[in-house]
Ligand binder design. Sequence first.
Ligand SMILES: Cc1cc2nc3c(=O)[nH]c(=O)nc-3n(C[C@H](O)[C@H](O)[C@H](O)COP(=O)(O)OP(=O)(O)OC[C@H]3O[C@@H](n4cnc5c(N)ncnc54)[C@H](O)[C@@H]3O)c2cc1C
Length: 502
Amino acid sequence: MRSLETDILILGSGGAGLFAALHAHKAAPQAAISVAVKGLLGKCGCTRMVQGGYNVALAKEDSVERHFMDTIEGGKWLPDQDLAWMLVTLAVERIHELENELGCFFDRNPDGTVHQKAFAGQTFDRTVHKGDLTGIEIINRLAEQVWARRIERLEEHRAVELVKSKSGDSVAGVLMIDVRSGEYVFVRAKAVLLATGGGPTMYRYHTPSGDKSCDGLAMALRAGLQLRDMEMVQFHPTGLLAGPHTRMTGTVLEEGLRGSGGHLLNGAKQRFMPQYDRLAERATRDVVSRAMYSEIVKKNTSPHGGLYISMAHLGPERVAREFKGMVERCADCGFDLAGGLVEVVPTAHYMMGGVEFRSDCSTLLPGLFVAGEDSGGVHGANRLGGNGVANSTVFGAVAGDVMAGWIRERGLETPDGGAIDAAVAACEAPFKRTASSGLERVRERLYDVMWEKVGIIRDGPGLEDARSELAGLEMELDALVLREDRCGSGEDGRRTKKTRSV
Ligand SMILES: Cc1cc2nc3c(=O)[nH]c(=O)nc-3n(C[C@H](O)[C@H](O)[C@H](O)COP(=O)(O)OP(=O)(O)OC[C@H]3O[C@@H](n4cnc5c(N)ncnc54)[C@H](O)[C@@H]3O)c2cc1C
């Protein structure tokens, strides 16, 4: 096992992780800062996938109070109001930092002001964007700035366990697996940030990047931390539905389509949203997804069992100009977004729930901090589109600033060696079993159970059924064997590694 030491260890390189790294570095330039990430820094996670944009009150006619009230009402009055206030006020600082210090180019109006577009659930059009692929602009600029600084990168390192100190009073480090080599790596750190981005990838239709599988939440639970609002899972109304053969199914067609006046149609090609809500397609995601699910249950559906989005009445040229990325994505799957109909289905998008945290991003485990989608409480029952990337950048920056102060005058804790051994044993267990493999079948069943019984509309009996089915799947999973093969023997030794196959 490889051992490393650092002052600040950041898990995840989305908006939360990279903002934390930059702010911590600025506040404590001499500190050793490491970012460990399951994929490649700047190339993975959901911040890069942000399409629509970033909510922030910039215009003279708008205000942070108004953004705050939209957030509270959109969240059905369940957001933690102190956290929501921090979100809307600090978003203004972060967007200026993104533009003026980090170099993001956002779209502008002819008079030079930043263009802000319409998103659902807003009383003012306040979504800052770069076309309809905003996340690439944000994450590329953040990654460049991280690369330019003395910040250690542990890429393709998957964190598997938070390890406490011998006394159990604080976090001492994190056990990881170097995904390229299969080697275990233990990183001791004075402060650890959980920014692995949640990710409801256990549903049949889902949007998040494949590297997200709630690892951070699972590690936090095992470390004895409390999660909150876990029943609040957001379904984005317009997931692309292009058949089971393609991973494009479930990916998002951005909210700006509904925001700018797109219509949702049922299988008979009739508009139905006005019957469900006075805001029709511009109602918040929870309302629209429930209405769509009700239509799907009536079986008035498109060929693949979903519904349609129609934009053509807005003028195909305008749609092609304003939603270039979406039009191309749909064309790749055989749909004409600008002039025709595209099949869509609500798709699991975001977990409002997460680790309970204080407004300085600290948790009940001293030394452990949390930010971004791993944290719970900012959005209540429903996150407004455009508030996700605001959340990760705002609280990532807070965490960076606070951790820079936390590590001063503190030493590294001695880790609980028994806990490391137990975590390694848990990782190794699937290789030591003798039962047959069948992981893919378990995953497919999990998708169905979650979609049908723990999905958009839930009831007690359905949840009870799901609980026992999930318990059965867990038992099956616990019996499955993974095979371990050796392959390659590169002369540089780097390829003389184990690969593990299912
Ligand atoms: C398709 C799509 C479109 C979206 N559009 C918008 C939008 O228009 N506006 C908006 O506000 N929000 C949008 N969101 C939501 C937004 O992307 C998220 O709310 C936000 O970016 C999350 O940031 P994060 O830093 O918490 O997580 P992420 O950006 O997802 O980063 C998580 C990081 O953790 C890493 N990781 C995961 N597990 C581990 C592990 N075990 N060990 C180490 N690293 C790990 C991942 O590789 C990744 O680097 C969208 C989401 C999706 C999926």
